[in-house]
Design a protein around this ligand. Structure first.
Ligand SMILES: Cc1cc2nc3c(=O)[nH]c(=O)nc-3n(C[C@H](O)[C@H](O)[C@H](O)COP(=O)(O)O)c2cc1C
Length: 210
């Protein structure tokens, strides 16, 4: 049994700030256990600043996110991934799929794949979407494909978490943000997100520290 903390990375893309809130709740859940180090990383946007600055509301959200979570480049993230025991990916639903910056990151991981650098690490996912059946589950699964190709071990949320009947899915936490992406995160969303963070940490401790 090692007392070295397990290392969890929560890596997300967010345009309007909802995915950030989920990432934070997952981090809280992970930290409910002791002996864990949690890093939150926001991947850089693929939309040029000139485009964002034409929309005052969007600019304000991005400014706030920049202050709290400065973006990381794909290059830096590719170097960082192998240093964690577990990687939790979060993306807004984009036409039923993960957002392009996250897919672009995976597309840069050939060397990690050839080296087997992520084999045996834990992987988990979370998402949000505007509408009730807007593609949350397909988006969650889309983020699992590269993880499985890398030999990662996928962790979901079990139905022993009672709030799973109101929010998220066994594939991972997900929430409905509404058409204007401004619906408040609710208690069930928070409970499911925290349950995932805690579960990934508990499993990482069992697998890598016992
Ligand atoms: C290009 C694009 C595609 C989207 N596709 C979907 C979709 O297929 N289904 C859905 O319910 N919402 C869709 N949305 C809404 C986003 O999922 C929602 O705004 C997002 O979850 C908010 O997360 P964020 O605040 O972290 O950016 C889409 C938004 C954009 C910009």
């Amino acid at each position: 049994m090692s007392d070295k903390p397990v290392k969890i990375l929560i890596l997300f893309y967010s345009r309007y700030g909802n995915t950030v809130k989920m990432a934070e709740e997952i981090a809280y859940g992970a930290k409910e256990l002791s002996n864990v180090s949690v890093a939150l990383r926001r991947i850089a946007d693929d939309v040029p600043t000139e485009v964002i600055s034409q929309n005052p509301q969007w600019s304000k959200v991005v400014e706030d996110m920049n202050n709290r979570y400065p973006t990381s480049s794909v290059d830096d993230l590719v170097k960082e991934l192998p240093h964690y025991d577990a990687i939790i990916f979060g993306s807004p639903t984009r036409f039923g799929n993960m957002a392009a910056p996250l897919k672009a990151l995976w597309d840069r991981t050939s060397k990690l794949w050839m080296d087997g650098a992520l084999i045996g690490k834990l992987g988990a996912v979370f998402t949000g979407a505007a509408s009730v059946h807007g593609g949350q589950e397909t988006t969650a699964i889309s983020m699992m494909f590269p993880m499985l190709h890398h030999g990662m071990i996928i962790v979901g949320v079990p139905y022993s978490v009672p709030e799973l009947t109101q929010s998220g899915s066994p594939y991972g936490p997900s929430r409905i943000v509404g058409p204007l992406a401004n619906r408040e995160i609710d208690d069930a969303d928070i409970k499911v997100a925290r349950a995932l963070g805690k579960r990934v940490t508990m499993l990482a401790q069992k697998l890598f520290r016992e």
